[in-house]
Design a protein around this ligand. Structure first.
Ligand code: 6R9
Length: 632
């Protein structure tokens, strides 16, 4: 804990050190971890190829740092508190000792099924403690986990399994979410019809619903661990061995597998967790994300557990059995640090303050926000009604690719400003570039957010396609990592994220590529062409608006719109289902045939009156028709 920053001047000092001498800075932090063998060199990098290595030739296992290291110091302290979907079901507490035993046992179980170092394992599970156990068991044996959010469709799941050629899938029979019971294993079965690489499926019994078990391939979790030892010697990993792959959307059609490696990810998630949330021993920390997203990886499982924290995992939804559930859990477990997404805050804000009234919320010390820009209204509501005006809000900006929080206040240390992510963490060297790649120096500037120096938890590649990593992140602005976000640095040097500048939209904090949604829509046999844009949505931040050209012969508009929405749900999952589908006779195009999304974005936002000059379009007449249709 010696790496904790306690004051603003302390932060400035550490930041300076991290820029002037990054190697000594990160070596000092890495020193407090358990390494089987120390590194030869702290960092080796170039952003051209790109090729980044941290703690070169260091040997470790991240689970030794999470489990074995804490056994004697805090073996009986809660590592994970699991709160079930149904408040009438008992919660479960796993101490560090218990978690250690369960991870070791499950590690032995997957090893017995032939999973070892370098093998890929897909985890497609609800928010149950076994999801974290499965992740850590993979890390223990050196297998590479790739978690697929359990809301994704069979089609999206099979794409990911095939891309990484997974050998095993770990899943559950079903999933409790609010008053719904969702099939999970059935989706895996359907996905596996299109996958040859999977040898074993391990299913946890959670809901008890009927599922099919394929002889020779499928085994229940409880059978897999039956009689298996709880002692396991962790596999020795190189710093740069793969820890996990996490698929995320980009501006092209196919999601890409972002690759994180063992050493740097370990150091950075632990360091950022302790400093951003100012976690103190004995505190109870709760992040409401799903482990299917990067936030769940870095700040439910890895960061907090590396720091020896007590981390809550919640199976359910914020509105079940009522809109006070989050606050009930905060009081029940005396939560000290609470980390959620603006979309959840806005959704709860819509219920007013009545659902909050029964709760004290007096254990809360720090509130966090992640996933999308938090609007000022939601920020104030969160600050006043949840934090009772006493809790600093840490608005944390980062990405799947960055692995950990990059820009954020340190709770109680950095003065906050509504809607501002404020200042970079030590080690994070931000630059703002204009569209021509010129650096915009000084304050009161706005442009593309880039990073000019490596940080330990940055992505190393995109799985199976290094060139794609180079093209996506390191080519727009040579020798810089390009985030895809626009940013403003204000007169105080504070950073405010303005949102994506590429064709990625952010729906309820989830990234969706417009091309990905278009590809799914185009699968409908009656669709000729489509264009998808984001538009402002009160709760979700951005909604999905699809303009679609269809062959209407013999079909009603209403029926087609419904089918198009269903097609997207089937191909990607409910999170990508368009909020609005408008059937149009044509799409505004340039003379070279490029769709003018700028115009569609304006129309979708209800700003069709201010389109500017459209006379250079190939088909300006179509714009009026689209505008009229949008207002209907
Ligand atoms: C952690 C996570 C990344 C994109 C990112 C940006 C947006 C995340 C934000 C934020 C404004 C914040 N984003 N945090 N925008 N303020 N505090 O969300 O990762 O799912 O990969 O999304 O989310 O646009 O580029 P990921």
């Amino acid at each position: 804990m010696s790496d904790r920053i306690h004051s603003l001047s302390g932060y400035m000092h550490e930041y300076q050190k991290s820029v002037q001498d990054p190697e000594s800075f990160w070596a000092r932090i890495a020193d407090s971890f358990h390494w089987r063998k120390k590194w030869d060199k702290v960092v080796e990098w170039n952003f051209e190829t790109p090729d980044v290595k941290w703690f070169v030739n260091g040997k470790l296992n991240i689970t030794e740092n999470i489990l074995d290291r804490h056994l004697y110091t805090r073996g009986d302290q809660a590592a994970i508190i699991w709160e079930p979907n149904d408040p009438n079901e008992e919660h479960i507490t796993l101490t560090y000792k218990e978690l250690h035993a369960k991870v070791c046992q499950f590690a032995n179980a997957i090893k017995a099924k032939g999973v070892g170092k370098g093998d890929r394992v897909i985890i497609y599970m609800p928010m149950v403690p076994e999801a974290a156990i499965a992740m850590l068991a993979c890390a223990r044996v050196g297998a590479v986990h790739s978690i697929v959010f359990a809301g994704f469709s069979a089609n999206a799941l099979s794409d990911r399994i095939n891309d990484c050629q997974a050998k095993m899938v770990i899943t559950s029979d079903g999933n409790f979410r609010g008053n719904k019971q969702i099939p999970v294993k059935d989706v895996v079965d359907e996905a596996l019809e299109k996958c040859d690489s999977v040898e074993t499926v391990i299913s946890l019994k959670r809901t008890g619903q009927q599922v099919e078990m394929t002889e020779g391939r499928d085994i229940w979790w409880h059978d897999a661990i039956e009689g298996v030892s709880s002692e396991n010697k962790a596999e020795e990993m190189d710093s740069e061995d793969m820890l996990f792959i996490l698929y995320t959307s980009g501006s092209t059609g196919q999601p890409k597998g972002v690759v994180h490696t063992c050493g740097g990810y370990m150091i950075y998630t632990a360091y950022s967790f302790q400093n951003v949330f100012q976690y103190n021993q004995g505190d109870v920390y709760w992040c409401t994300a799903d482990v299917g997203w990067i936030t769940g990886h870095s700040y439910i499982v890895y960061g907090p557990l590396l720091a020896g924290a007590t981390s809550i995992m919640f199976e359910g939804v914020p509105t079940f059995p009522d809109a006070g559930r989050f606050w009930a859990i905060c009081d029940k477990h005396q939560v000290n640090q609470f980390y959620t997404a603006p979309t959840a805050i806005r959704a709860l804000q819509a219920y007013g303050t009545e659902p909050i009234e029964p709760y004290k919320l007096d254990s809360l010390k720090v509130l966090g926000s992640v996933g999308e820009p938090i609007n000022e209204e939601a920020w104030h509501w969160y600050h006043d009604h949840i934090g009772k005006g006493k809790c600093p809000i840490v608005d944390t900006w980062w990405q799947t690719e960055t692995g950990g929080i990059m820009i954020s206040p340190l709770a109680g240390v950095t003065p906050t400003k509504p809607a501002y992510a404020t200042l970079p963490l030590p080690g994070v060297q931000l630059v703002i570039l204009d569209n021509e790649g010129n650096e915009l120096k000084g304050n009161s500037v706005e442009g593309n957010l880039c990073i000019k120096f490596p940080w330990p938890s940055m992505l190393r590649t995109t799985y199976g396609d290094h060139d794609r990593c180079k093209q996506t992140y390191f080519s727009t602005f040579p020798n810089h990592y390009f985030t895809g976000d626009g940013v403003k640095r204000d007169e105080d040097g504070y950073y405010r994220i303005l949102g994506r500048v590429d064709d990625v939209i952010n729906v309820s904090g989830h990234r969706m590529g417009t091309a990905e949604v278009e590809n799914a829509i185009n699968e409908h046999p009656k669709v000729i062409e489509s264009a998808v844009v984001g538009y402002p949505h009160d709760i979700k931040g951005q909604g999905i608006y699809a303009f679609v050209i269809c062959d209407m012969e013999g079909r009603s508009e209403e029926g087609l719109i419904k089918e198009i929405k269903e097609t997207v749900t089937k191909i990607i999952g409910p999170i990508a289902r368009p909020d609005k589908v408008q059937i149009v006779p044509g799409l505004p195009k340039t003379r070279s045939g490029k769709i003018m999304r700028r115009i569609l974005r304006k129309i979708a936002s209800g700003d069709g009156a201010n389109l500017g000059d459209i006379s250079t379009l190939f088909n300006p007449e179509v714009v009026e028709v689209i505008k009229e249709g949008a207002n209907k």
